[in-house]
Design a protein around this ligand. Structure first.
Ligand code: SF4
Length: 291
């Protein structure tokens, strides 16, 4: 028992060390408490930083493989909660078998499932793709619509997916696509203090001219994947470091709060004996109350 107690205490100390530097009585771990956006910069600084990032990534583009609007729409639906790399591995076989909305509309979700089974939520996504193809056939003559209002009415298509298609295919997005990289970098660069994608999108849309909206997401995604990594951003190798308020201190800025594991680990040693003793305690408690 003593040994068990000792090991429990040791493990708590190990996990709780970072919290001691920044104590949080609310129980929020230190990493989460420190995760915050950088100081906001002026529009002039933001645009100058944008130019530097564009210079660093002249080839920035949508990395989802596609040959037309329908394929990009499908690939973007498939990319939810997974990586572009994973989607690009699955889509060649998918598009070879179902190249158009007409062909896909005649299939059943079960037919598509084996082709997208490497992706998360593949059953739901297969269902969305077939629903999407059928809706295109029923309402759009098999063509992908060119307006946000029509796109978001399609099954599995939200504002983000719609703007990917509007920006990449037709060069007329109705906003900035905010994914996890855009979210993190917007905060690090001081372009937004918000943490929710719709609010970040609003900030970016106000900050940057419309003709930069589409490229903004490509540039930030390129930068997030190649330089401004979530855990260890390469600020030395960043052309915008003189214009970034988080430069060389960005590790915790803009990152999603760590999963709240610390309180659970701390609580575990205390709760373990309590759980075992619970039935006996109930009896004793009633006795003691009676006494
Ligand atoms: S790499 Fe560093 S300097 Fe560049 S945008 Fe990211 S945090 Fe800022």
């Amino acid at each position: 028992m003593a040994a068990a107690k000792k090991s429990a205490t040791t493990s708590v100390k190990k996990v709780a060390k970072p919290a001691a530097k920044s104590p949080s009585k609310s129980g929020v771990p230190a990493a989460a408490a420190q995760t915050r956006p950088a100081k906001r910069v002026t529009p002039e600084v933001a645009r100058a930083a944008w130019d530097k990032l564009r210079e660093q990534h002249p080839d920035a583009h949508c990395e989802l493989t596609h040959a037309n609007a329908f394929q990009l729409l499908c690939a973007t639906v498939l990319s939810a909660q997974t990586t572009d790399v994973a989607v690009n591995k699955a889509t060649p076989a998918l598009f070879a078998k179902y190249p158009t909305a007409k062909v896909m509309a005649a299939a059943e979700p079960l037919d598509l499932e084996p082709l997208v089974s490497t992706l998360g939520f593949f059953r739901m996504k297969a269902k969305s793709l077939v629903g999407l193809a059928r809706a295109l056939m029923a309402n759009q003559k098999g063509e992908v619509p060119q307006t946000l209002d029509e796109l978001v009415k399609l099954p599995g298509v939200g504002r983000k997916t719609a703007n990917v298609v509007l920006g990449v295919i037709w060069g007329k997005p109705e906003g900035v696509v905010v994914d996890t990289h855009v979210q993190r970098l917007s905060q690090r660069l001081g372009w937004s203090h918000e943490t929710e994608p719709p609010k970040i999108e609003q900030d970016l849309s106000k900050l940057l001219p419309r003709d930069r909206w589409d490229m903004t997401s490509h540039v930030l995604i390129f930068h997030g994947r190649r330089v401004c990594f979530a855990k260890k951003p390469n600020c030395e190798g960043c052309l915008a470091n003189a214009l970034c308020p988080s430069a060389f201190k960005a590790e915790l800025v803009g990152r999603k709060p760590a999963r709240v594991r610390v309180p659970a680990v701390i609580a575990a040693p205390a709760s373990k004996p309590a759980k075992k003793a619970a039935p006996k305690k109930a009896t004793r408690t009633s006795n003691s109350r009676a006494s």
